[in-house]
Design a protein around this ligand. Structure first.
Ligand SMILES: [Zn+2]
Length: 173
């Protein structure tokens, strides 16, 4: 589905939902709405803490999934890109074996985001260790790791919308 041009992060959501968002924006309440809903920041401030955060989730829910060699914040993943996180796998021949090094990268803007939003991105990329496509099985796994997954994904899109509006306001000042 083509995203609404005024709400590029919210493509695929019903028009009635988009109208509610537009209403929040028009009343200048979007950022406050999110602050009230997600008051908690997180303490995952650097790559070492992010790796631990991901490994704790992985050992709880995906014990048998392939190993991860790296989990890092990446400032090159930008807010206007569709990928807020990535899972990459680099295969190398090591002796007689083919070894895959898997790494998760999380957009650096999630350092400042509410705790649930960071968790949502990490859960999403971890789920790709088992399910490649964004299909039913994939989202079932995401919901298993974060029961409010769909709501948090929507609210993360709201958060990105609020950030983009803030940046536009600063640029226009
Ligand atoms: Zn994905």
């Amino acid at each position: 589905m083509r995203p609404a041009s005024d709400l590029p992060f919210l493509g695929g959501y019903p028009e009635s939902t988009l109208d509610q968002v537009r209403d929040l924006i028009a009343r200048g309440q979007l950022a406050e709405h999110l602050r009230r809903r997600y008051p908690e920041a997180h303490a995952v401030r650097n790559d070492a803490a992010l790796y631990e955060h991901a490994m704790a989730l992985k050992s709880r829910y995906l014990r048998n999934a392939p190993l991860l060699s790296k989990v890092i914040y990446d400032s090159r993943l930008q807010i206007d890109q569709r990928a807020l996180g990535t899972l990459t796998s680099v295969s190398r021949v090591q002796g007689a074996q083919l070894k895959a090094k898997r790494e998760i990268r999380v957009a650096a803007l999630f350092k400042e985001a509410p705790a649930e939003m960071l968790q949502m991105i990490v859960v999403h990329e971890l789920a790709h260790l088992k399910e490649r496509e964004h299909d039913k099985a994939f989202y079932a796994l995401c919901e298993h790791m974060l029961p409010d997954y769909h709501q948090v994904e929507f609210d993360t899109r709201l958060y990105l919308t609020a950030k983009a509006l803030e940046a536009a306001a600063v640029a226009g000042r």
